[in-house]
Design a protein around this ligand. Sequence first.
Ligand code: F6P
Length: 481
Amino acid sequence: MDDDDVSARKGSFRKFLEHLSGAGKAIGVLTSGGDAQGMNAAVRAVVRMGIYVGAKVYFIYEGYQGMVDGGSNIVEANWESVSSILQVGGTIIGSARCKAFRTREGRLKAAGNLVQRGITNLCVIGGDGSLTGANIFRKEWSGLLKELAENGDIDREEVQEHAYLNVVGMVGSIDNDFCGTDMTIGTDSALHRIIEVVDAIMTTAQSHQRTFVLEVMGRHCGYLALVSALACGADWVFLPESPPEEGWQEKMCVKLSENRARKKRLNIIIVAEGAIDTQNKPITSEQIKELVVTQLGYDTRVTILGHVQRGGTPSAFDRILASRMGVEAVVALLQATPETPACVVSLSGNQAVRLPLVECVQMTQDVQKAMDERRFKDAVRLRGRSFESNLNTYKRLAIKMPDDQIPKSNCNVAVINVGAPAAGMNAAVRSAVRVGISEGHKMFAIYDGFEGFAKGQVSPRGASWGTGASLPRLETWGRVM
Ligand code: F6P
C-alpha cells in the first residue's frame, strides 16, 4: 500500500469517524462469566477506541457484581490504563458470576451506579449468559430509572438525560459455543493450551505404551474436544453434539487394539467434559478408562486439563480478534439509536460484524434444546458449517474403513513437499495419504521434493494408512518427506 493509499484510507477512516463523535458520552466495559484469553485485548480496544472518538470510558471491575456494588468498582480509564496488557491472559478488570444481578433489586442498584456517572453505553465481554443479562438490563432500563426517580435517588432531568441504555456484547469464552460467530475470544488460545498438553502426553504415552484419556473443557459444547482431536490425531473423541452409536464400547476397543497390532505405542482419547451418549447419559473420562482397562488390560491414565485451558498468554489470533471486535463495539455503541436492539459483535469469515444479540442467544439455546431432545444431527448443523466440516474431516482421517468397503481405483497418487518447510505440512501429507487410501488410490510419498523426485526417491510400497503415524508425529516441525 503506497503512501497515497495509506493517507486516503486514514482520511476515509477519519472521515468515517467524524460524525461518530463520542463527546459527552460515557461507555462502561466489563468482563463477565468464565475468563478467557484475549479479554484484555478487547478491553484495551474499547478503552482506546472510546478515548479516540472523544468518549469517557469506565472500567467496571468484577463484572456485574462491580456494577451492583459501585464505588471504586467503577473507575474512569485512560490511555495508559490498558498499556502492556495485550499479552496478559485473563482479565485485568476481573470477572465474577453474580447472583445479585439476576434480581431486579440488583439491577436497580447497578442502574443507579451507572446513571451517577452518566454511563449509558455498556460493553459486556462474556458468554451467552452474561450477554442475556445485559439485554434484560437494557430492556428494564427506563423502568429502573423511573423507580430510581420515585425513590428520590435521581432527579427528573437525569431520567431525561439518560433515558436509553445502549448495549453491545462481545463473546469472551473458550467454549466457542455462541451461535453467530465463527470464533469466540479465547477459544484459539485454549486450543494452544490443549495441544501443548496433548503433545506432551504423547511422549510419555509413547514411552510406556499407555492409553491416555484427556478431558477438555467446553461446558456443553464439543468444539474444543473436536478440534483438539483433529489437530492431534486422537484415536477417539467424545462430543455432546455427536454421541457414539450403540455398541461404541466394542468399536472403540477394536480401534485401540488395531493400533496396538500396528505397533502404535500409544492411544489418545479426547473427551469433552459435557460428553453424553445417545440417551443423554454422561460419558466420563473415568468410565472410559475403566472400559479400556477391563476390556483390553492396557495401562491407562486420565488427565483432566481443567482451568489451565483458560490460562496463559493469548494467541495472536485472539489478540487480533478481540482488538477488532473492541473497535467495532465502540462504533456500534456510537451509532446506536433508542430503537437499535442490543447487538453482539461477531466474526463472520474474516470480518467483524454486528448481529442481533437476542436471536444469537436463542440460536445458541436451540443447540442445547436439540441435544436435550436427542436431535443430534440438528445439534451438529446448528453448531455451524465449520463444526460440521471439522467433524466430517476428523471421522475421515481417524477411522480406516475395512478393506472390503474401500472402492477400487486404478489411480496412483504421489504426495510431494516442495519449497521451504512449514509447520503443518505433515498434517497435510497425512490427510492426503489417508483420504487417497479411503478413495482406493495407491498413494506414494516422494521424498526430498523435486530433487528427490528426479532421483526416484519414491516410497516403493506406497504410503500406508499409518504413514502419518510411522513418519515422525504430526507435530514434527517442518516436513518429513
Ligand atoms: O465457560 C467457560 C468454562 O471454562 C467452561 O468450559 C467450564 O465448564 C466452566 O467455564 C468452568 O466454570 P468455572 O470457572 O466457574 O469453574
